[in-house]
Each structure stands twice: as C-alpha cells, then as structure tokens.
Design a binder for this molecule. Structure first.
Ligand SMILES: [Zn+2]
Length: 351
C-alpha cells in the first residue's frame, strides 16, 4: 500500500514527484534554489541531511519527517520520476556550473586562494540579487572533496580474476577500505559503490552512485589478469555507447584525462618501484572499451572517472606484494596521493 501523498503545501517544487522536469522549469533558478529543489525530493522520503544548511532548511518544513541517513535506501524508495528528476537537476547543475551547498548569505566572507581574507560587501537583503551565470574565478572556499571509490566486482562482467592466494574482489575491497580511512581522516567524504565485499552491483549502477554523490572524482579499483606485471590507469578519451546511451559528456572526458594524468604519475612516484609502471591508457585499450568505445562505468559517469589496475594478479611477485598488509597499505597510500594531486590540480585550474 502506498501511503497517501503528503501535503504539497510549502514544497518548493511539488511537481518534481509527478512529472519529468524540463530545462524550462530550472531556467533562471539560482544555484541554491536548484540544490533545494533537488534535495527536496530526498527530504520527502525522510532523508536525514548531513549538511547543516540543508538540514536547517528542511527541518522548518511542516511535512518533513527525518527518518534515515542512508542515501541509498532513500534512493530505492523514490519513484522512477523522482530519480530521473534528481539526476536531471544534478546534470543541469553540473553543466551550468550552478552548484551550491550554501544559501547565498552564508557564502560571505570568502577565502581567497592566497589565504588572505577579503570581505565582500554585503548587499541589502531587501534587494533581490540575480545569481551570477557562472561560478566566480578564482574559486572561493571550496567544499571538502567528495571521492567515490569503486571496489571492482562482482558485477555483470563477473567475480574478477584470482591469484593463487588472493582474489581481485577481495584485494579491491581491502584497498578501498584503506583509502576511505586515509581520506576521511582529512575530512574528505568517501563514498563506496557497495557495502560489502561480495555485494553484486552492475557497473552502470556503480557510476550512478558516483553521480548521485556528485563526486569530484570516481576511482575504480581492479587487478588485471593479463598484461605482464605492474600497475596501469585507464580513463575515457572518447564517448562510448552502451544500452542506447552515449557517454560520458565531453567535459567529463576532458577532466578525466587531466586528472588521470596527474593521478597516475603521482601514484607511480609514491609506489617507488614496488610495481612496474604499465602506463596511462585510454579505456579503448581494454577489451570492453575496444567494443564500446569506453568502459561501462565511464559511459554512465557524469563525474571525472578513472580505473586502476593495481597489479597483475596471476604474476607471482605482483600477488606477493598486494597480498601483504604492507603492500595493500602502500597501494592505498599511493592511490590517495594520486587522488589528492588530481583534486589539487583541478581546483587550481578553477574547474
Ligand atoms: Zn576487474
């Protein structure tokens, strides 16, 4: 039984539950308004917001009943229309640069990259200010990064490869947990694409997890079954096609290339020769990429994405390295170093 529809009174955009929103619906809205309209869909299903600005906004709505902080659970409760609208608004915000986590009045003062504090004159609150069309440059007070870590397999392409002692699915899971711990210590948000080692998640759905989190970067962890020995990084360098969808968008391709380049160089330097450098390659160099144009996880990604083949598991010395606790830790640190460098590079260039 469906519960009776809650009152639409006081909702910013009640229609987001009943019909597909269009570009015309969103046009002219400020970054903060768009953020609210999108999150209102989560709020209707009782999502408990972690961000204070959103929590404060929704707790004032009489219809809002906070139930759970489990974003995936809330996602599953949404209707197809609501999910589509969340993704539509997110995509619109990414494309137009109208991304905001804060109401405009809380965005002052701004911290400039040189660490000097500058106060922007406050405009009278009675005067309605039009939202600027694009994010200002240099970027002001970036939020802490959000990273999506995707421990590979089990998925529609199988359970993954295995060595003599360890499995790809096991290693990817262990290294993912270590990276999560390292980056969370620094105040970053790390989202995993699954909640336990053997959870089956399709590659398309893994990309959707990164999209919903609006991650600054998605890093996919795998171990190769062939290729000699060593570590390689892959990124989408063109659009591919899967299930009638073409993707990723050109700006995702550009940002993935830039971030993967910095990432791979930094990761290999950090590994200090523990594993051979197999290089940085386009998705098209993989078996699936050669058929589709890009990997499935890349095609559906709306955020920058790269895939690391951490080692070649059937190769004995590669397996010995990654099977050890010290080797996993070294790999996790090297990947975290690569992520930090990639994020720094893109914030520095104002993207
Ligand atoms: Zn794999």
């Amino acid at each position: 039984m469906e519960k009776p529809a809650k009152t639409a009174k006081d909702e910013l955009f009640p229609e987001s539950r009943t019909r597909n929103l269009t570009e015309a619906d969103l046009k002219g809205k400020s970054a903060w308004e768009l953020t609210l309209i999108r999150n209102e869909i989560y709020a209707r299903h009782g999502y408990v917001f972690k961000r204070a600005e959103l929590a404060n906004h929704f707790k004032k709505r009489p219809w809002y009943k906070p139930v759970t902080g489990d974003q995936e659970r809330v996602w599953r409760q949404m209707s197809e229309t609501e999910r589509r609208n969340v993704e539509f608004i997110q995509e619109y915000q990414n494309r137009t640069g109208l991304r905001s986590l804060r109401p405009p009045s809380l965005m002052l003062p701004v911290q400039i990259a040189s660490a000097s504090l500058r106060f922007v004159p406050r405009t009278p609150s009675s005067q309605k200010q039009p939202e600027p069309p694009a994010p200002p440059a240099p970027p002001v007070r970036r939020k802490q990064p959000v990273i999506c870590i995707d421990p590979g397999h089990p998925s529609e392409v199988g359970i993954g490869t295995r060595g003599r002692k360890v499995t790809e699915v096991g290693i990817a899971w262990e290294v993912a947990l270590k990276i999560k711990k390292i980056l969370e210590k620094e105040g970053w948000t790390v989202v995993l694409t699954k909640s336990r080692e053997r959870e089956y998640v399709k590659n398309r759905d893994r990309a959707m997890v990164a999209n919903r989190a609006n991650a600054d970067l998605m890093v996919r962890l795998h171990c190769d079954s062939t290729g000699g020995s060593g570590t390689a990084t892959f990124y989408p360098d063109r659009q591919g096609r899967k299930q009638g969808v073409r993707g990723p968008q050109q700006d995702v391709i550009d940002r993935s290339r830039e971030m993967a380049t910095v990432f791979h160089k930094t990761m290999m330097r950090s590994l200090k020769g523990s594993l051979r450098d197999r290089g940085l390659h386009a998705d098209i160099k993989t078996l699936i990429g050669s058929r589709q144009g890009a990997l499935t996880g890349s095609i559906f990604s709306r955020v920058p994405v790269l895939l690391v083949e951490m080692c070649v598991l059937p190769y004995p010395s590669d397996e010995a390295f990654i099977a050890s606790e010290a080797g996993q830790m070294k790999m996790a640190n090297a990947i975290a170093d690569g992520i930090r460098a990639a994020i720094r590079r893109t914030s520095a260039s104002g993207k």
